[in-house]
Ligand binder design. Structure first.
Ligand SMILES: Cc1cc2nc3c(=O)[nH]c(=O)nc-3n(C[C@H](O)[C@H](O)[C@H](O)COP(=O)(O)OP(=O)(O)OC[C@H]3O[C@@H](n4cnc5c(N)ncnc54)[C@H](O)[C@@H]3O)c2cc1C
Length: 331
């Protein structure tokens, strides 16, 4: 089944796309970046090629936006790593065959290790669903690692933070694509209803109050699509842009704007459709809550905006300011 609601694929089902993002980008990208050839053969091929399910586990109860404060321990014992700790809000967690797990080694450094969940039967590992409003098909889960033994050769090479951050640009472009698809569907519903629905002997689109917000959203959607296609093509042609600071900033900006657009389009859709917007026939497909979730998924927008605005307001003192210091008198 594609979804809890449907036997078939629903275009623009945000939560299915989140599952795909998690297995595709969030799991595969770090492995492609930081695994050796043997690890790629064991952990990348089954997910990227053979359709097994991947997940990425960073977030913890106390380490949400502040991901650097994560506490899960990866104790080193001979040729094993012992994972102890909990993870929260992990997309695909309860159905994953493989998980990239982030935690701290004995020296305190962040690291990433691949967990083969043995089809969720791994000893001392438990996963349960977080019951969410919205994002139903993303199987958002809570994971418990109660001294889970992992072979040391599953450890990815390099610093965990670098591995985690490396995939962010691609992740944010994929989330932007999801958000724009989601926004497009909602704008289409609003537009079609406004064109056809007659009230007070006029079509709804003949009222400015209905027409203007939809037109504004169409304009924003078109602009963001152009940006997304341009960034995605640049990344395809020059994969090394995955490490570019400018591309990272562009992808972050697009993630913020596109997920906000998805959320606002959902609100306008509910408003335009009147009572019908709340019936089950539409509510599943329109889904206000999926787009609300994605203001936080992939990095919460407030935090991203804070980081973006700091960059815009970064103050580099001029040479004159640097030199214009009254010299200290040495008595
Ligand atoms: C649908 C979904 C799927 C997810 N999938 C995964 C996954 O697969 N793997 C994974 O590891 N994680 C996943 N997450 C977790 C996600 O990355 C976190 O929810 C996110 O990082 C925010 O953390 P938090 O929920 O603890 O919020 P908090 O960190 O508690 O933040 C609460 C609010 O405070 C704001 N805030 C926090 N700090 C600041 C600041 N410095 N300045 C201004 N505002 C601030 C935030 O923007 C937010 O609005 C998922 C989340 C969702 C919703």
């Amino acid at each position: 089944r594609w979804s809890e609601y449907s036997e078939k694929y629903i275009a623009g089902n945000y939560s299915i796309e989140m599952g795909r993002l998690s297995g595709g980008t969030l799991y595969c990208n770090p492995i492609n970046y930081a695994a050796d050839e043997t690890q790629k053969e064991r952990f990348l091929v089954p997910v990227a090629k053979d359709g097994q399910i991947g997940a990425s586990a960073m977030t913890e109860f106390n380490a949400g936006s502040d991901i650097f404060s994560m506490e899960l321990r990866l104790h080193e014992r001979d040729n094993k790593l012992i994972a102890k700790g909990k993870k929260l809000f992990i997309t695909n967690g309860m159905i994953a065959d493989f998980i990239v797990l982030y935690g701290r080694l004995d020296n305190g450094q962040l690291a990433a290790v691949v967990v083969d969940t043995e089809h969720q039967k791994l000893r001392n590992f438990r996963s349960t669903r977080v019951r969410t409003y919205g994002m139903t098909d993303a199987f958002v889960s809570r994971l418990i690692f109660d001294r889970v033994e992992l072979p040391k050769e599953n450890l990815l090479h390099g610093h965990g933070l670098d591995i985690a951050f490396h995939q962010l640009t691609e992740e944010r472009l994929v989330i932007s694509a999801e958000a724009l698809g989601d926004a497009m569907k909602k704008i289409l519903y609003s537009h079609a209803y406004a064109l056809q629905r007659m009230q007070f002997e006029k079509r709804l689109h003949q009222y400015q109050v209905i027409r203007f917000p939809i037109s504004k959203k169409i304009r924003e959607l078109n602009l963001m699509f152009s940006a997304l296609i341009q960034y995605a093509r640049q990344m395809d042609e020059h994969p090394e842009l995955g490490s570019s600071k400018l591309m990272a900033a562009n992808a972050m900006g697009l993630k913020i704007s596109s997920t906000e657009l998805g959320f606002e389009s959902a609100i306008h859709c509910f408003r335009t459709l009147g009572g019908r917007g709340f019936t089950r026939q539409y509510a599943n497909e329109i889904g206000l809550l999926d787009s609300y979730c994605m203001l936080h998924g992939g990095g919460s927008n407030y935090v991203l905006e804070d980081s973006e605005s700091r960059r815009f307001f970064k103050h580099k003192p001029t040479r004159r300011e640097v030199e214009d210091i009254i010299p200290k008198i040495d008595y």
